[in-house]
Design a protein around this ligand. Structure first.
Ligand SMILES: NC(=O)c1ccc[n+]([C@@H]2O[C@H](COP(=O)([O-])OP(=O)(O)OC[C@H]3O[C@@H](n4cnc5c(N)ncnc54)[C@H](O)[C@@H]3O)[C@@H](O)[C@H]2O)c1
Length: 270
């Protein structure tokens, strides 16, 4: 199916390099006829390859630190000017924990960093939506998506304070989704994605092991970034207009599997 997003306009946050989920989403939105502005933190613009992506998709990059209401305000107003009207979709594909980066255990967190984790990985979703709301920037029946991980529901020791940030992110999607639904029929959802090889993903201690474990636990195997981007297309399209305030698992069945035969077999080995 092509042109699923014809005449739709939006903002895509979080494309750092080709592995980023947001990068793959941008490529697919472009394929499906949608127009968008790319955004990332100023430092990511210097370090990443986002300009290559912008060129490929015939679009522009506007820098914004997603924790800054000032940056977000400018991004949302300039995006509407450049795209020629209100927005239909927004992807929040942002996550970072200084504690995870510096290998702090959950029982020995630096709490200033913990606040940063929450601000970057969760509150930024609220700040983005409040900015869109205040500028009345979304068209009716628009779609806003955030990306999350199953550690919001279950204990994953290595995921540290990101687990708490994801729990907050999912709650913000529900809470804002209520208000946005009533006012503008705008839907807000989170996608709970399989472990995926990206800069943020592979920065987590023991990533390779839990990537393989999840792959062997999931009846369909891990969902890759490309498939996640496909799923995002359905949620930005008009085919899912009544799906809102949901945390949607895109994980090959992992979250509903107690144990798999492949994982059990490992216990027979000495
Ligand atoms: N990779 C995985 O295993 C996995 C699994 C489930 C969910 N997710 C989620 O998917 C999303 C995208 O991550 P990814 O795996 O594509 O990794 P990624 O590293 O490519 O993307 C994370 C992005 O967040 C951006 N960012 C960090 N701080 C920011 C700030 N202050 N303002 C604006 N942007 C900022 C980074 O520059 C980067 O582009 C994240 O929310 C992540 O938690 C990832």
């Amino acid at each position: 199916m092509t042109n699923l997003l014809e005449n739709k306009k939006g903002i895509i946050f979080g494309a750092l390099d080709e592995r980023s989920i947001a990068w793959k989403v941008a490529e697919k939105v472009h394929e499906q006829g949608g127009k968008f502005i790319l955004s990332n933190a100023p430092i990511a613009l210097r370090m990443g390859k986002i300009n290559e992506l912008a060129e490929k998709c015939g679009t522009e990059v506007i820098a914004a630190d997603a924790t800054s209401m000032e940056d977000l305000g400018k991004l949302v107003s300039e995006s509407q000017e450049k795209l020629g009207g209100k927005l239909d979709f927004v992807l929040h594909s942002i996550g970072m924990s200084p504690n995870v980066r510096k290998n702090k255990s959950y029982t020995g967190l630096n709490h200033d960093w913990f606040l940063k984790t929450l601000d970057i990985s969760a509150l930024s979703f609220h700040k983005t939506m409040q900015t869109l709301w205040d500028q009345d920037a979304m068209n009716d029946w628009g779609s806003i998506l955030g990306l999350t991980y199953v550690a919001a529901q279950e204990a994953y020791p290595f995921y540290s304070d990101m687990a708490d940030a994801k729990a907050a992110l999912e709650s913000i999607a529900r809470s804002f989704g209520y208000h946005y639904g009533v006012r503008n029929k705008v839907r807000v959802n989170t996608i709970s994605q399989s472990p995926t090889v990206t800069s943020a993903g592979s920065g987590i201690a023991g990533f390779d092991k839990f990537f393989s474990f999840a792959d062997e636990m999931s009846p369909l195997g891990n969902a890759d970034g490309e498939s996640c981007a496909d799923y995002c297309m359905t949620l930005f399209s008009d085919l899912t207009r009544y799906v809102t305030m949901q945390n949607l698992y895109h994980d090959g069945g992992y979250s509903m599997t107690g144990i798999s035969a492949k994982v059990m077999e490992k216990w027979g080995e000495s």
